[in-house]
Write a protein that binds this ligand. Structure first.
Ligand code: TXA
Ligand code: MG
Length: 339
């Protein structure tokens, strides 16, 4: 696996982009940073290239990939029947952390969409992703660049840990900003439906297009999710994680009870809550929910079972990007304690 440091000399390294683009056009897989998480890219029009993504990640074959493009003009070339509200959403939020599910016109290979008639398309807002997509001038299929089931990668090192030796290259553009994946929104009906909460919040979407539905599976565990990927357990840390909703005192009581049982504990908490806790190992995720989203996956990847028996994580308010954070934490957790 080649590794290019895109920030060499603090400036933009166009040679690295050119090499990465050349590999992608030859049908190889290359990881690159986006504003959400790192993606593992391949030529979306080449089924053999796309199958290398599934193989490297160990990804279930029924889980479709997102096609990434640099511009709205390129996006329009991949889909049919774009409702007027999608134009408004694109004008407002793209490039950015949002993926539109629309009827595919068949330009992308069938394995990108896992055989579905629809395709997820996204215009990422990251200078490296933009430069790479413009250089390639082909749609790039890219799921998060992690082994399936593990937390998504927010640094090139995370990608390296998971996929070293299995992919052609990694463009290292430093840590990503948003920290959780894009919002996936089904745009095949008169009213859009959120299939996966992400970087663009439901409140932001409602402010622009009014009515927005939410996939019932996001609120009830008995419903079958409309995004195939949402049914899988995801984001699993190496160490069991308990998500605890309650006051700092209630979280402290859980920590002390488990410590008395002999468990070595790491705590993930906001800066405000961390100040009120008394325990040795605390990972401060941030002092607001956006910072918490940014640092969440790094925290989930940090603790190894050789050092820690249990991660105790504070539960956050499901408002704004807190919805995406809590969606991921509920999937990562082996237990959700509600006080
Ligand atoms: O922020 C992101 O979206 C990142 C970066 C790399 O762009 N990508 C990402 O991809 O998170 P992935 O493959 O890890 O997640 C894609 C999600 C899955 O839950 C998948 O099932 C859903 O989007 N999806 C993709 N195409 C779909 C379609 N046609 N219909 C319904 N769901 C779809
Ligand atoms: Mg993923």
């Amino acid at each position: 696996t080649l590794k290019w440091n895109i920030q060499d000399d603090g400036k933009y390294n166009s040679q690295a982009i050119n090499q990465a683009a050349a590999l992608l056009k030859q049908g190889q897989t290359v990881a690159f940073p986006t504003e959400t998480v790192y993606g593992l890219g391949a030529d979306a029009t080449n089924p053999e290239a796309v199958s290398k993504i599934f193989e490297a990640k160990g990804r279930p074959q029924d889980n479709p990939l997102i096609a990434h493009v640099a511009t709205m003009e390129q996006l329009i070339k991949l889909v049919d029947n774009i409702p007027p509200y999608v134009k408004t959403l694109i004008d407002t939020f793209s490039p950015g952390p949002i993926t539109y599910v629309l009827p595919s016109n068949g330009t992308c290979a069938a394995n990108v969409t896992a055989g579905l008639p629809t395709i997820g398309v996204r215009i990422p807002d990251h200078p490296v992703a933009q430069a790479l997509l413009r250089k390639c001038d082909i749609p790039i299929a890219a799921p998060s660049a992690n082994i399936s089931g593990k937390p998504s990668p927010t640094t090139a090192y995370h990608v390296f840990e998971d996929l070293q030796g299995k992919i052609a290259g990694i463009l290292d553009g430093g840590a990503t900003g948003v920290g959780v994946e894009s919002t996936v929104i089904d745009c095949t009906e008169a009213i859009p439906t959120i299939l996966r909460p992400g970087g663009i919040t439901v409140e932001q979407l409602q402010a622009v297009v009014g009515d927005v539905n939410v996939d019932p599976a996001l609120v009830s565990s008995t419903e079958r999710p409309k995004a195939p990927g949402m049914k899988y357990r995801h984001y699993s840390p190496e160490v069991p994680l308990w998500l605890v909703q309650g006051t700092a005192l209630e979280i402290q009581q859980v920590i002390e009870r488990e410590q008395r049982n002999g468990a070595r504990i790491a705590v993930l908490a906001s800066a405000g809550t961390a100040k009120l806790l008394h325990t040795e190992e605390i990972f401060i995720l941030g002092d607001n929910i956006n910072d918490i989203a940014t640092h969440l996956y790094d925290a989930l990847r940090k603790y190894k079972s050789s050092d820690v028996d249990l991660i105790v994580c504070e539960a956050f308010q499901e408002f704004g990007i807190g919805q995406a954070v809590m969606n991921r934490l509920k999937k990562a957790a082996s237990k959700y304690l509600v006080n």
